[in-house]
Design a protein around this ligand. Structure first.
Ligand code: BG6
Length: 483
């Protein structure tokens, strides 16, 4: 009865993850409308530019490049790429449906049939190889018109547009696709509201009231998608998706411990609490007060709350790249340069070339924390190392650093399973090199498959297998035994 589980369960979902805006390209083909991602320039300043007062959603300018326009040309090459996923033995493949391929402006009544036909073909291609599709309905790719003309997610109208979009794709694909997620990294608006809520300074991104209102609207929209999905088929598995970063207090100083507790409650748990437990956590009032949000300024109806309560998610999808450290006593004050979500440097950890602190044990902790709290199946739908790769003269790519990173994280997963955690699957991020979300670079590579394309958009776009490709194939073949 109390046997320790030493192995990954049978049917464990090994695979990989991508998002439409970061790889499809063909940004204005097949009737697709522009999305917010199509306005983001390439380069490390991407977020700083989007967060500046001057930013005005341009799709073209002499000053910048727009790498998401071309992605890695996947729209035209997906068959070749899925064949490579199949060669690695993928059991599942997580991807998103570009909202503006289906509703080019976001507010139309009738979907764009050409866009749907693309995903018909993509899904059928996965099924041809027995790869289970895992779909993110919305992954940082809001139709641009909904950001420009409606002001992003703070506007309640977006609930009905999302509902329409979710209805169309769930209805069309529910018989072929069992696993869904409603919003990618919904909590990430704490740090980059432009991506997850379509909010920039000119539409109120600097006012936390707008961020909270956007979250509420997204919670309602997410609950509606869960409702639609379960009405179509009660067996559909519809999850939330959060950006999880294990957070440590810098030291045993109770002041830091308490600040860290609040960091956990707000960043890691607030959104998941609503989507998993079906109600706002008791910490909400405190969090709003600390961000100067007047609760009476929020539009939240009883009907909304009922919908949220009645339509909770089936599993918890989350991304895990790094941990963070809280120190409010300012004695160790240096931030981690590039660590996406801030914090001070952890002296026990190394960082990636982009400054993200690498912490496999933190993943084991995350899995325990999430399972302790929610008792729902967990799905790691993003994890990986963004790194520069070198192509040898013979074409080989010896990415032992990536193998090392993934291996340690898979060991941590095995540890968490032995701790009693119910883990459904693992889809490392960017299983094929794609455009980085935070920097728009190609040189920040995560893939098992190399794509010949550089930061200036030059290259043949040819695909090739890295050492990690062969390694991951063995991991899957042995169900995680051979690392
Ligand atoms: C997650 C996103 O935050 O991290 C992905 O869901 C993103 O879209 C991934 O690509 C890695 O981040 P980056 O900035 O290295 O691409």
């Amino acid at each position: 009865m109390f046997d320790i589980k030493k192995k990954f369960p049978d049917g464990f979902l090994w695979g990989g993850a991508t998002a439409a805006n970061q790889l499809e390209g063909a940004w204005d083909k097949g009737g697709k409308g522009p999305s917010i991602a199509d306005t983001l320039p390439g380069g490390k300043e991407r977020f700083a530019i989007a967060n500046s007062q001057k930013f005005d959603w341009k799709l073209d300018s002499k000053e910048y490049t727009y790498p998401n326009h071309r992605g890695i040309d996947y729209y035209y090459r997906f068959k070749e790429d899925i064949k490579l996923f199949a060669e690695m033995g993928f059991k599942c493949y997580r991807f998103s449906i570009a909202w503006s391929r289906i509703f080019p402006q976001g507010d139309e009544e009738i979907p764009n049939e050409a866009g749907l036909r693309f995903y018909d073909r993509l899904i059928d291609e996965c099924l041809k190889y027995d790869i289970e599709p895992v779909i993110t309905i919305s992954h940082y790719e809001l139709p641009l018109n909904l950001a420009k003309s409606y002001g992003g997610w703070k506007n309640r109208d977006l609930i009905k547009f999302y509902e329409r979009f979710a209805h169309v794709v769930l209805e069309r694909y529910h018989s072929k696709v069992r696993y869904w997620m409603t919003f990618n990294e919904i909590n990430s608006a704490f740090h980059f509201p432009v991506m997850s809520q379509g909010l920039v300074p000119s539409s109120g991104a600097n006012d936390f009231t707008n961020i909270v209102q956007s979250w509420h609207n997204q919670f309602v929209a997410s609950a509606l998608a869960v409702k639609i999905g379960h009405e179509l088929d009660e067996h559909l598995q519809i999850g939330c998706m959060i950006l999880y970063a294990t957070s440590y207090a810098y030291d045993a100083n109770p002041i830091n411990q308490y600040a860290n507790l609040k960091q956990m409650q707000d960043f890691n748990f607030f959104c998941a609490d609503v989507q998993v437990r079906g109600k706002y956590p008791q910490t909400t009032a405190r969090m709003l007060k600390e961000h100067d949000v007047d609760p009476t300024a929020l539009e939240i109806t009883d009907k909304d709350l009922e919908l949220i309560t009645q339509n909770t998610v089936d599993y918890i999808g989350f991304s895990y790249y790094m941990s963070r450290v809280t120190d409010v006593t300012s004695e160790h004050g240096e931030g981690v340069s590039g660590n996406l979500i801030g914090g001070v440097a952890n002296p026990f950890l190394k960082s990636s070339d982009w400054g993200w602190q690498i912490d496999p044990k933190g993943l084991q902790i995350a899995l325990n924390e999430l399972y302790d709290r929610y008792q729902k199946p967990l799905f790691i739908v993003e994890n990986g190392l963004g790194a520069k790769d070198i192509v040898e003269k013979d074409g080989a790519i010896h990415d032992d650093y990536r193998i090392g990173y993934l291996k340690q994280h898979i060991e941590a997963m095995r540890g968490a399973i032995a701790d009693g955690v119910n883990l459904m699957g693992y889809t490392p991020w960017g299983c094929i090199d794609l455009v980085s979300a935070s920097t728009g670079e190609m040189s920040k590579r995560y893939g098992f498959i190399y794509v010949d394309l550089d930061d200036e958009g030059k290259g043949t776009l040819d695909r090739s297998r890295k050492d990690s490709f062969y390694w991951y194939k063995k991991v899957i073949e042995s169900n995680g035994e051979e690392l």
